[in-house]
Design a protein around this ligand. Structure first.
Ligand SMILES: [Zn+2]
Ligand SMILES: [Zn+2]
Length: 394
């Protein structure tokens, strides 16, 4: 692709007010994972209005819009996630969350508005459009639970998608900056729970009991050595226990202790090692203290890995359009995203687009004071269109 044509730039300019208004509407009405019914309804309405073929209820509240160009070409998908988070917004604005305890604090309101605007613009240019664009609006990214049901429901089939692309907005980059990282880009996530079964009794006579809290303490400390002693120093992984539940009173030894946590890694081998070692490790430590323990994986999502060829293509595309200085690789992100599951099904690339503040320090995603610089939204549309149009006609 060459630079965004003046005609395309004009189309984006014409729609920027609408793009921001749409994002603000989603922001005002955030919906939690798997419950995005209003959001899905608006998406479907807008896609219908642009005369796309629309499938709703795809793997839950997912929506798929198919746009056939009038020229021959390939079939390429664009994925946008649509859900919000269980947070109470601190920002006071006319479009602040109107739903107590729910907030778009990750930018998915922006992702949704960008993808709808892209579909609008591409539909208006259908006569010159090559191939078929498939817009995949995915629910429940925040619980890493939306991509799998959409894939199973055939979101990438009929028509058969050849490649899939998408973006995540980031406050850590200034407006106009994009990050396109080949290889591992975001971590895998495996949520686990460990149940330790001891034997309850009087706190004054622990020798007559098997104390599961002491076992939990040793499991907790011991499991960090899986990272420091069993993962190569040049690789990285994180193992966090975020919750321990046990006991009712200070002088009673309880029967059980429950620990829940998360394992993050970038390499499949590291992830597999930790996930498979944890079960035996936990059971062996418990046995040393006369208790029993078992580990259960609660959910899993692989690392986002951008394949070299498609990532190089996106990087070139965006550098030609925005200028070489605007495109960097960016660092590894320890957070996870189930875009990874789509990228396991089809090649493609997941890149990052800046929505950072013009001045001052950026607010973190997933924080109640999260705020996006909306000047980054048209950049999102421009990068998305650039990638899609180039990929369709490639
Ligand atoms: Zn998020
Ligand atoms: Zn997100």
């Amino acid at each position: 692709m060459a630079k965004t044509t003046p005609a395309l730039a004009e189309e984006i300019g014409k729609r920027t007010d609408g793009l921001i208004a749409l994002r603000r509407d989603f922001h005002r009405h955030p919906e939690l994972s798997h419950k995005e019914s209003r959001t899905a309804e608006i998406i479907a309405e807008r896609l219908h209005a642009a005369k796309l073929e629309v499938r709703t209820g795809v793997g839950g509240t997912g929506v798929v819009g198919v746009l056939h160009g009038e020229r021959p070409g390939r079939t390429i998908a664009w994925r946008a996630d649509i859900d919000a988070l269980p947070l109470t917004e601190l920002l006071e604005a006319s479009f602040s969350s109107g739903t107590p305890g729910v907030m778009h604090a990750c930018g998915h309101d922006g992702h949704t508005a960008i993808a709808i605007t892209m579909a609008d613009i591409m539909a208006a240019r259908r006569a010159e459009l090559a191939g078929t664009a498939v817009f995949v609006f995915q629910p429940a990214e925040e619980v890493l639970g939306g991509a799998r049901p959409m894939i199973d429901a055939g979101a990438l089939d009929n028509p058969h998608v050849e490649e899939i692309y998408g973006l995540h907005l980031t406050t850590l980059q200034r407006v106009g900056q994009v990050q396109v990282r080949p290889g591992p880009s975001m971590a895998s996530a495996d949520a686990f729970s460990v149940e330790i079964r001891g034997k309850g009794g009087h706190g004054a006579m622990p020798h007559l009991s098997v104390d599961p809290i002491t076992v939990a303490a040793n499991v907790l400390l011991g499991m960090q050595s899986l990272i420091s002693r069993e993962v190569a120093a040049q690789d990285t992984a994180v193992l966090t226990v975020g919750q321990i539940v046990s006991g009712t009173k200070g002088n009673i030894i309880p029967e059980t202790a429950l620990m829940t946590g998360t394992i993050r890694a970038f390499k499949e081998g590291v992830r597999d090692h930790l996930v498979s070692r944890m079960g035996a490790f936990v059971a062996d430590i418990a046995r040393a203290y006369r208790a029993e323990a078992s580990m259960r994986l609660d959910y899993s999502c692989p690392a986002v890995v951008n394949p070299a060829k498609e990532t190089e293509f996106v990087s070139r595309c965006l550098a030609e359009d925005l200028g070489g200085d605007a495109v960097t690789e960016g660092g590894l992100v320890m957070a996870s995203d189930d875009m990874s599951l789509f990228l396991r099904e089809r090649p493609g690339c997941y890149f990052r687009v800046g929505i950072g503040p013009d001045a001052g320090s950026p607010r973190p995603h997933h924080a109640p004071e999260f705020v996006m610089n909306e000047a980054g939204l048209p950049v999102g549309v421009r990068t998305g269109l650039g990638v899609m149009l180039a990929a369709l006609g490639r």
